[in-house]
Design a protein around this ligand. Sequence first.
Ligand code: TXA
Ligand code: MG
Length: 352
Amino acid sequence: MKTSLFAVDPEKFTDRDLDTAAKIIRSGGLVVFPTETVYGIGGDATNSRSAERIYAAKGRPSDNPLIIHVADPADAEPYAVTCPLYYRLAKHFMPGPLTVIMPKKDTIPLTVTGGLDSVAVRCPSHPIANALIRLSGVPIAAPSANISGRPSATCAAHALHDFDGRVDAIIDGGESRFGMESTIVKITGEDSLILLRPGAVTFDALCCVCSDVTVSETVTRMLREDERPICPGMKYRHYAPEKPLALVGGDPDERLRFFRQKQQEGNCIIICYDEQVRFLSPDGIINIGSAADPERQGHLLFSALRLSDELPGDAVYANLPDTEGLGLALYNRLIRAAAHTVIYPRRDPSVN
Ligand code: TXA
Ligand code: MG
């Protein structure tokens, strides 16, 4: 299959620029498109054949459901059993980086929801994503645009790397603003939610709208072999570079000492903060911004993980984020990318 590449300026485009892409979606094809979180690989969410194509292109197990994307929160009506809490969340966070899971209606094939009787709904704020959905005239099912298990694509070049020849078209709309996928919540009662995947809409922000927000344990811990998570995607290794990644926690000075020691031993890559750069040798470091700027870290995280595969070095080390605010989303992605490998370096007391 030949993949067409369309460059579209998110700040100045007309509906005509997206005509061909919308036609591809309507006729059952696949289009990679930018969103404010990460790029998505999209197909008609009402067409099970499109969903099957998405699973095949991504190499994704078909029991891992897809999010459906709508142009306006109210457009979810024909597809999901909505409720007042959904509209409260929509009023505060949509369009934007929030996905809400609700019971599904028959208009969405079970292929899209991985056999589940619920459906995940998101209304993206990215102008290209929003216009593409509107012009397609159908909700767009779209997982992150990465081969299953790899870091999500946050720019067209990364999507092209994974999907050239596997999709009909890729829309290049520049870099994704947030760089991490949407926050996912499941509505569990009139005024209760469970947070399944943290993102730019933080736990604290959700608590301002809903009085009972529970964080699923699987956000931070490893799943047991036999466990069936509420969010099927959590059971798969995720976001991972091809090289082994370990996270380094504990005291900042001890971390630095550890990174320096690893650099001396050679053959490693360090994903570090601005503040650490001047203490490290410049070879094999990837700076993801200030320790105090989780927004920037989120924006750069997946490209850093992809870059670590391209630089020379056999092992990758990164700082273990704390779990406050947006830190929880960074923690959740990194801990999965590292397959839960965390090192707490301690200074050897025999060494001065
Ligand atoms: O920001 C995003 O959400 C991006 C952009 C493209 O919108 N999409 C995205 O989709 O991250 P994906 O498929 O990579 O991640 C969706 C996650 C998966 O872990 C899946 O298991 C979960 O959402 N999910 C989808 N529908 C669900 C449902 N009905 N019940 C529970 N989990 C669901
Ligand atoms: Mg994904």
